[in-house]
Design a protein around this ligand. Structure first.
Ligand code: NDP
Length: 434
């Protein structure tokens, strides 16, 4: 903490992981000799840069850009870019650190990294977003490449932003390097099912977890926070499995629709019109809108899927969910539960699908996009979706097996951390002190 002052989210992420790794570290004294843990928590490289751009009024705006290249032990750095006013170095480091283990769990050859900016795309014109993305890439291009570091989307970075970033990279480099970014549009190297992958993958992982405990989705009541990329496709898939989603949110408030959320309306409002979720109640008179974020977790449900942002479920919300009989939590967002909330769920035998494992479907499909780019061909939606489903099944099996091997059956938080770590540790041991 002394070494990284003011990086609260990074401390939180590292604490959670190191706590689960204690039995492993004890079992492997050789890690100590080569300073493996000290190297594991230190990024290989951190880049911070100025991003100046001209707004529509001709005024100069200055944002800060980040790229944290955390670990290339098992493959090129890989992880999304987040554009949100709350972005700081500590946030990007927490995300990059978690990405190492997540990417390892996918069983694909990708290292861990993350980047972004404190730029707020909300309320900006298309031209402003394009100018910002171009300026951001004017610096970032030096640090990325298909065999070096491959960024993708995250909060505030969707297909539109990836398109502008890719266009500028291509212009600067004067070459068509499709595999330098993932989450691209379908006409220029994107993969079918990438848009759906994180949300669908979450639902596949939770399906496996429920099945291992004799349950399924049929007729379960579900609450989803957020209404962005992950939330929308989690909602679609869980509805297909026969669950009823009764609440969703954005950063202003949440809606409740006891008849079941109409996802076409959410897609139209969020993906097409870029409007606030409260508009939903104008189109569905039976639905209700409430300001604020925490109270969504006070609504009784069987399954809670936090798909918005970090620290969305605190201890108080965790207590409320348990009191109302929640059976399972599926973390779609990164670190959506505080460490206190995680501990409370585990103590009360609530099934917990941890983010590193449960939301790994997005990056796994990004790696499949890279494979298609290298082979210069496209797989069908069904083919990618099938591969994604199998990857999520395998991640669940690996997390379950690791939890059992280290005497923590059912603790998938520890299981995912351990399974992800062992492969990275092995590669680091083999590659010497670098
Ligand atoms: P989007 O930008 O598409 O959506 C984010 C959603 O969360 C929006 O509805 C947003 O509301 C809401 N939100 C609520 N509170 C906050 C807050 N304080 N800060 C930011 N957003 C907030 O992002 P994604 O759906 O892509 O990402 C959601 C989560 O999933 C993140 O934690 C991300 O790291 C994680 N994730 C995403 C992956 C992907 O493939 N996209 C892969 C793996 C993890 P509003 O519109 O009001 O801002």
């Amino acid at each position: 903490k002394k070494r990284n002052p003011g990086e609260a989210e990074f401390h939180q992420a590292v604490e959670e992981v190191l706590y689960s790794l204690e039995p492993i570290i004890e079992k492997h004294p050789e890690y100590k000799k080569v300073g493996l843990i000290e190297r594991f928590v230190e990024p290989e490289r951190v880049v911070m840069f100025r991003v100046p751009w001209l707004d529509d009024n001709g005024k100069v705006q200055v944002n800060r850009g980040f790229r944290v290249q955390f670990s290339s032990a098992i493959g090129p750095f890989k992880g999304g870019l987040r554009f949100h006013p709350s972005v700081t170095l500590g946030i990007i480091k927490f995300l990059g650190f978690e990405q190492i283990l997540k990417n390892s769990l996918t069983s694909l050859p990708i290292g861990g990294g993350k980047g972004g900016s404190d730029f707020d795309p909300k309320g900006k014109s298309d031209t402003e977003v394009m100018k910002f993305c171009q300026s951001f890439m004017n610096e970032l291009y030096r640090h990325i490449g298909q065999d070096l570091d491959v960024p993708a989307g995250d909060i505030g970075v969707g297909a539109r932003e990836i398109g502008y970033l890719f266009g500028q990279y291509k212009k600067i480099k004067n070459q068509y390097e499709a595999g330098v970014l993932t989450g691209k549009g379908l006409t220029y190297g994107g993969s079918l099912a990438r848009k759906e992958a994180t949300g669908f993958g979450l639902i596949y992982f939770v399906r496996e977890m429920l099945a291992a405990h004799g349950m399924d989705y049929k007729d379960k009541t579900v609450i989803i926070s957020g209404s962005g990329n992950v939330a929308i496709y989690a909602c679609q898939k869980v509805q297909e499995y026969g669950a009823k989603v009764i609440a969703m949110s954005d950063s202003s408030g949440y809606i409740i629709d006891e008849e079941g959320i109409n996802l076409d309306t959410i897609k139209q409002l969020k993906e097409v019109e870029r409007k606030r979720i409260k508009e939903y109640v104008n189109l569905h008179k039976n639905a209700k809108y409430f300001e604020g974020q925490q109270a969504i977790w006070h609504i009784p449900c069987d399954i809670a899927l936090p798909c918005a942002t970090q620290n969305d479920i605190n201890l108080e919300s965790a207590k409320k969910l348990v009191e109302n009989g929640v059976k399972a939590i599926g973390e779609g967002a990164n670190m959506p539960c505080t460490n206190e909330a995680l501990a409370y769920f585990l103590e009360h035998n609530v099934l917990l699908a941890p983010a590193k494992a449960a939301n790994a479907g997005g990056v796994a499909t990004s790696a499949l996009e890279m494979s298609q780019n290298s082979m210069r061909l496209h797989w069908s939606f069904e083919e990618v979706n099938e591969k994604l489903d199998q990857i999520m099944v395998n991640i669940f099996k690996a997390s379950k097996a690791a939890a059992e091997e280290y005497d923590m059956p059912g603790n998938y938080v520890a299981g995912a951390n351990i399974a992800g770590f062992l492969k990275v540790a092995d590669a680091m041991m083999a590659q010497g002190i670098v």
